[in-house]
Structures are given as C-alpha cells and as structure tokens.
Design a protein around this ligand. Structure first.
Ligand SMILES: Cc1cc2nc3c(=O)[nH]c(=O)nc-3n(C[C@H](O)[C@H](O)[C@H](O)COP(=O)(O)OP(=O)(O)OC[C@H]3O[C@@H](n4cnc5c(N)ncnc54)[C@H](O)[C@@H]3O)c2cc1C
Length: 330
C-alpha cells in the first residue's frame, strides 16, 4: 500500500526539501571522517620519531636524538591544513543548521532571509567538506608515510570512506551548477546580497581588533573577486548563452567555497578574540589562540587559491566548450 505525502503534484518540491537536508548530512559525514583522520594523524605525529631538526647552521647533529615528526615544519603544515579544513567545515555546517532552524521558527521577511541563506550555502556545505575533507585526509595519510597506505592504521579507510561524499546526493559538478545556475540568480540575486551583508558585518567586527584588521582587508578583497567573476559571467546568462555561463561552474564553486571558509575562519577568530578579553571565558587561552592561529594559516595557505580561480574564470579561451566545427581532442 502507498501513502500520499503532502499535496498531490508537489512531490518533486518535497523531494528537494528532503534532498537539501540530505546534502547537509553528507557534508557532516565528510567533516566527521576528516575530523577522525585529523586526530589519528595528530596522534601519530606526536609519537613517531624520525630525522632531526635542521639547525640554523644548516647542519645536522647526528649524535642528537631523533625528533618527533610533529616538529618538522612540513608535517606541521599538513596538520594545520587538516585542522583548518575540518574545523571550518564544521563551522559552516553549524551555520547552515542555524539558518535551517531559524527559517523554520521565524516569520515574515526574517524567515525568507534565513531560507535564502540556507539555499545558497547548502551546495557549498555539501561540497567543501567532501572535496577538501578528502584533501585533508590525504594529507593526514601522508603524515603517516608508508603506514598511511597500510591497513595497520585507519587513514587509508577514511580516505576511501570520504570518496563517495562528492558523488552521491548530487556530484560536485551538479552542486556547482546548482550554485551558479540557480542559487546565485535566485530572487534577483538576493541571497548573494544577504551573504555580502554578512561578510560586511564580519569585516566590521574584525576591524575592531588590530590583530585581525589585515585579515578583514583580505576577505574584502576576495569577496570583490567573486563580484568580478560574476561581472564577467553574467552577460552570458543574460544573452541566454548558458553553456558559456556554466562551463566553469566547478571552478566558481571552488572559488566561492574558499572565500566562504575564510569568512567562517574570520568569524571564529573574532569570537575567539572577544572571548579571550572576557573575564568569564569557558576555555583556556590556548583554545582561543589556536583558532586565531589556524585562521592565519588558512589566509596564508588556502585563501590565495581563490585568486587563481578568478584568473581561470575570466580567461576568454573556451577550451572545454564543444564547437561542432572543431574536432574533439580526445
Ligand atoms: C555507494 C553509493 C550509494 C548510493 N546511494 C544512493 C541512494 O541511497 N539513493 C539514490 O537515489 N542514489 C544513490 N546513489 C547514486 C548516486 O546518487 C549517483 O551515483 C550520483 O548521483 C551520480 O549519478 P551517476 O552515478 O548516474 O553519474 P552520472 O550522472 O552519469 O555522472 C557522471 C559524471 O558526469 C557529470 N555530469 C553528469 N551530468 C552533468 C551535467 N549536466 N553537467 C555537468 N556534469 C555532469 C557528473 O558530475 C559526474 O562527474 C548511490 C551511489 C553510490 C556509489
């Protein structure tokens, strides 16, 4: 026997409501696998002795005991990358959950505002933890060297487990088409305007603290790069040339998610700085300092990638578009 759920002929709309929840769940599963991998590789890096620290003279003292690999800058870089990806993924997923709750509870325009932000952020909250979570696990596996590849440690399993996240509930390609093709133009671009307001608010809050001011400026710059990309792409959509408009949707997703994650990191750094100055803080200073430090890591190592995406997006060579008069090159 079958049951009709809701009103007749509205099934597809209901299905997408369910899918949006499922996409956030996939993002959360990816973030969870990446978090487990981060703690496994962190523990290994704290236990494994290998090599010696490079001295200022550039020589090694072979009579000295080996150092733990966590003391090598390249290993610390990989650990920071993992931490930067997993903690910001979680933060973005919590942000989406907040919008989902408020879209449910609020009324009037506030309800619409939270609904629009949730719609805009959902493809990113599914894709970033799935794609970059895989990158973070891959780096975690690298920290274990040969043991990372072997079944004695769980990293190889986490890497396989996360691989499905960018495929099911809509592949990364499809999420990217959703972001650029539906969510950006939705409601005359209102969701993007609301996101811009959120960025402006965060930048204003960060500028209250001298230590965070340079990072506020960097976020402002990359947000304006998203605008530049859209200024280049939008005329294609206006002229009905959707193939050109959407050809590099995945590059646009990479750029936007890189900037959104910077926004989440700056929000966390603002909260951490504020909390450190608060007499009733919940955690030790090292907890808040680690958030600010990881934000700086993200802005140095990851955020510049948004600029490279912009360069690709505004490049006028149409290398992936099939022209019927051209032969295919593969
Ligand atoms: C372990 C596992 C569990 C699953 N569980 C479920 C489940 O519970 N329920 C369910 O319904 N499904 C489930 N699936 C199916 C899953 O959702 C699909 O595999 C996924 O949506 C991709 O579809 P596809 O495999 O047909 O790939 P295709 O649609 O053939 O896509 C192949 C490639 O082409 C790209 N592509 C396709 N169309 C376009 C386009 N228009 N523009 C640009 N690029 C495009 C895709 O991004 C992808 O890279 C599961 C799959 C697996 C592997």
């Amino acid at each position: 026997m079958g049951y009709l759920v809701g009103e007749p002929n509205k099934g597809l709309k209901y299905m997408f409501q369910m899918m949006n929840g499922a996409r956030i769940d996939v993002g959360m599963t990816a973030a969870s696998a990446a978090t487990a991998a981060y703690y496994a590789s962190l523990q290994y890096a704290k236990e494994r002795p290998q090599g010696r620290k490079i001295m200022n003279s550039g020589k090694k003292d072979v009579t000295e005991a080996q150092t733990l690999i966590i003391n090598h800058p390249d290993v610390r870089r990989m650990l920071f990358l993992q931490k930067a990806i997993v903690e910001a993924s979680l933060s973005l997923l919590i942000e989406c959950s907040k919008h989902a709750d408020l879209a449910h509870c609020e009324t009037g325009d506030k309800k619409i505002v939270h609904h629009l932000l949730l719609e805009l952020l959902t493809p990113i909250a599914k894709t970033y933890p799935s794609e970059m979570g895989r990158d973070s696990i891959n780096n975690g596996l690298q920290i274990l060297g040969g043991y990372g590849f072997c079944m004695d440690f769980p990293l190889q399993q986490y890497l396989r487990d996360i691989r499905i996240m960018s495929i099911y509930e809509g592949t990364t390609g499809i999420q990217s088409l959703d972001l650029l093709g539906r969510k950006i133009p939705m409601d005359n671009g209102r969701a993007l305007k609301l996101l811009n307001e959120d960025v402006g608010l965060t930048i204003g809050n960060a500028r209250k603290y001298p230590e965070l001011t340079p990072y506020a400026a960097k976020l402002e710059q990359t947000m304006s790069d998203i605008k530049k990309a859209l200024e280049y792409l939008m005329p294609y959509a206006m002229n009905g040339d959707y193939e050109n408009y959407l050809a590099d949707a995945t590059v646009f997703m990479e750029m936007t998610s890189t900037v959104i994650i910077a926004l989440q990191w700056l929000k966390m750094a603002v909260s951490a700085t504020k909390e450190m100055n608060n007499g009733n803080k919940k955690f030790k200073n090292s907890f808040y300092e680690s958030k600010i430090y990881t934000m700086k890591f993200y802005f140095k190592y990851e955020l510049p990638k948004a600029k490279a995406c912009l360069e690709t997006l505004i490049n006028t060579d149409k290398l992936t578009i099939v022209d019927e008069n051209n032969e295919l090159y593969f």
